[in-house]
Design a protein around this ligand. Structure first.
Ligand code: 13P
Length: 255
């Protein structure tokens, strides 16, 4: 079965939610009886992963993953979390290279490439985030930036069967300024073309859009041929909104 048959609704909870909020989220979630025809994934803070896994387990198909991991395999890296530890704990996916990591923690394409290699070697699904800043968008250099992030971040990687890409324009993150479906699709189609230069099965790589996605704008984005899901921050924190986005993510036949 193609990895792109079902859409991905991935909640990036960032550094939000306390235990009580998490319990409330799952209480609301569990009240919805309708079956989901998508991949509902959530990445909470590390420390909350086990409790989310336990709560999600009773609800069926929600996958719980990580927002980040170390660039090193193991050793003296106080405060870091390794790919092996994630994999050992049965965690299925990890987000790598979110723009907040690139900007605030100075993670560059070279370091991110190490993380992606380690994640894939540990059998984790890696969501590699790319995207241009507002200045780069205004200068019209979006595709140049994306190309560099893809080629440098993915250099030396030959197997893409556990790789996903998230296009998150930095100007759209947390601003309410979502990219139009047309703009997002244009970049996604470009990304797929670039991936085709690196991998023979590039057509199988799920491409997600992120940046101010919410229940009102998601269906337009998901109707685009190269947009296989959303990486969603703020709007994924409330169960009602997360569920609404999951329900709008219908599978569609691909030729
Ligand atoms: P928002 O959905 O809050 O804009 O955040 C997007 C994001 O950064 C997801 O990784």
């Amino acid at each position: 079965m193609s990895r792109r048959n079902l859409k991905y609704i991935v909640g990036n909870w960032k550094m939000n939610h306390k235990l009580a909020d998490i319990k409330e989220f799952f209480t609301t979630f569990s009240q919805s009886r309708a079956e989901l025809h998508c991949h509902p994934w959530i990445a909470p803070q590390f420390i909350h992963i086990p409790i989310l896994k336990e709560l999600a387990f009773t609800l069926g198909n929600i996958q719980v993953g990580a927002q980040n991991m170390s660039h090193a395999a193991s050793g003296a890296y106080t405060g870091e979390i390794s790919a092996t530890a994630l994999s050992d704990m049965g965690i299925p996916f990890v987000i790598i290279g979110h723009s907040e990591r690139r900007n605030q923690f100075k993670e560059d394409n070279e370091l991110l490439s190490k993380k992606i290699k380690l994640a894939l070697a540990s059998d984790l699904q890696a969501i590699y985030c790319i995207g241009e800043t507002a200045i780069e968008f205004e200068k019209g250099t979006t595709k140049e930036i994306i190309k560099e992030q893809l080629h440098q971040g993915l250099s030396g990687i030959s197997d893409c069967h556990k790789l996903l890409i998230a296009y998150e324009p930095v100007w759209a993150i947390g601003t309410g300024k979502v990219a139009t479906p047309k703009i997002a699709e244009d970049v996604h189609a470009f990304i797929r073309n670039e991936l085709a230069q690196l991998f023979t099965s590039a057509n199988e790589i799920p491409l997600l859009y992120g940046g101010s996605v919410n229940p009102e704008n998601i269906s337009g984005l998901l109707s685009m041929p190269n947009i296989d899901g959303g990486l969603i921050g703020g709007a994924s924190l409330k169960a009602k909104d997360f569920l609404s986005m999951c329900h709008q993510a219908r599978p569609f036949a691909r030729s």
